[in-house]
Design a protein around this ligand. Structure first.
Ligand SMILES: NC(=O)c1ccc[n+]([C@@H]2O[C@H](COP(=O)([O-])OP(=O)(O)OC[C@H]3O[C@@H](n4cnc5c(N)ncnc54)[C@H](OP(=O)(O)O)[C@@H]3O)[C@@H](O)[C@H]2O)c1
Length: 320
């Protein structure tokens, strides 16, 4: 099959052997694969695949089941699925544990549904499962224009939260159209002051952060009492000083999670939570895939260049 390999920090189209579905896995013929910032880090050598995962990049896809492995009874050849992957999505075929499969939501094409698994699982597992965002609370989303951010804004709104997002100026109209109540140009405006002004001094109950070290102190500053900060990215560095007194004064918490490194049973639990809580919102049209562009699989290197420019908004998909 055609796949994209990583060689000397470059993405190279190659002919490789088809994966063989193991016990409890299916083989998916990939219609579309999502590109994620983590794939860029993997290509750069900063984010190796977890043990046992495919060496090929690609953390999500959608397609049609082409074969089922031993012990699989609840899925069949020809079924349309979306899938959360530990790797291997940049290819014509990928083997997937059944616990990481989702049905293609009603009303979406197979291709569109490839934009959802990684962002839906990441945002649900942090904002809903871990941080318990509630109706009437305020969610602050850093990187509102990212794949993660465009999904988090919509999910926050669908859950009845007030949503504040940070992004460069050119993305603001589109983020407001997705449901953001306030969008802050973080290059010009201090997000702490702007968020507090907007919420009458209350601050944010939940902060979903992709910046990391550079924002730690200000994330605590912007936090409402009993607020939760979850750091899922380190685009602004990994090491910072934590003012415990400032955190204690808010009775706040700071946590950090990674989806890819979780054991299969944990991923299956998250996938089933997404199917229960998020898929109905997608099928009702309250949460939509935001697709910036599609590109042929062989143009994966161009897709990474686009992602590194940050000029995209939402997801980039590769089509084998
Ligand atoms: N831990 C996990 O399980 C997990 C899972 C998935 C993703 N992630 C992380 O989530 C982040 C987003 O992933 P993605 O694939 O959705 O990335 P993406 O689409 O490439 O988006 C990254 C965005 O970051 C924004 N950005 C950069 N610096 C910023 C800042 N100081 N403040 C606000 N926005 C800033 C850029 O938007 P502007 O143009 O507005 O600057 C850019 O669009 C990445 O850091 C990724 O590693 C973590």
């Amino acid at each position: 099959m055609q796949a994209i390999t990583i060689e000397d920090r470059q993405l190279v189209p190659r002919e490789v052997a088809d994966p063989v579905p193991g016990e409890g896995e299916v083989l998916v013929d990939v219609t579309a694969a999502g590109v994620n910032r983590a794939d860029v880090s993997q290509r750069q050598g900063h984010y190796p695949p977890p043990p046992g995962a495919s060496e090929l990049p690609g953390l999500e896809c959608a397609g049609v089941i082409g074969a089922v492995g031993p012990g699989v009874t609840e899925h069949h050849v020809g079924e349309r699925v979306a899938a959360l992957l530990s790797g291997g999505g940049y290819a014509e075929r990928v083997a997937v544990p059944v616990g990481q499969l989702l049905p293609v939501p009603a009303g979406l094409s197979v291709q569109e549904s490839a934009a959802l698994p990684e962002v839906a699982c990441t945002v649900w597992s942090n904002v809903v499962d871990r941080d318990r965002l509630r109706k009437g609370q305020t969610l602050l989303v850093h990187g509102g224009g990212s794949g993660i951010g465009t999904f988090a804004i919509q999910l926050g709104k669908a859950l009845g939260a007030t949503v504040v997002a940070t992004a460069r100026a050119g993305k603001h109209d589109r983020l407001r159209a997705l449901g953001a109540d306030l969008v802050i140009d973080y290059t010009e405006t201090d997000f702490v002051t702007a968020t507090k002004d907007f919420t009458g001094g209350a601050g944010a109950n939940v902060v979903l952060d992709i910046v990391g070290a550079k924002y730690l102190a200000r994330n605590i500053d912007v936090l409402a009492p009993n607020g939760r900060i979850t750091v899922i990215g380190f685009q602004g560095g990994r090491t910072a000083e934590l003012d415990l007194v400032a955190l204690m004064a808010k009775r706040g918490s700071v946590s950090s999670t990674s989806l890819r490194a979780r054991p299969p049973a944990d991923k299956a639990r998250i996938v089933s939570g997404v199917r229960r809580d998020v898929w109905p919102l997608v099928e009702a049209g309250a949460v939509k895939p935001v697709i910036h562009t599609t590109m042929p699989l062989a143009a994966a290197a161009d897709a990474h260049r686009l992602m590194e420019s940050s000029d995209h908004l939402g997801k980039i998909l590769l089509l084998p």
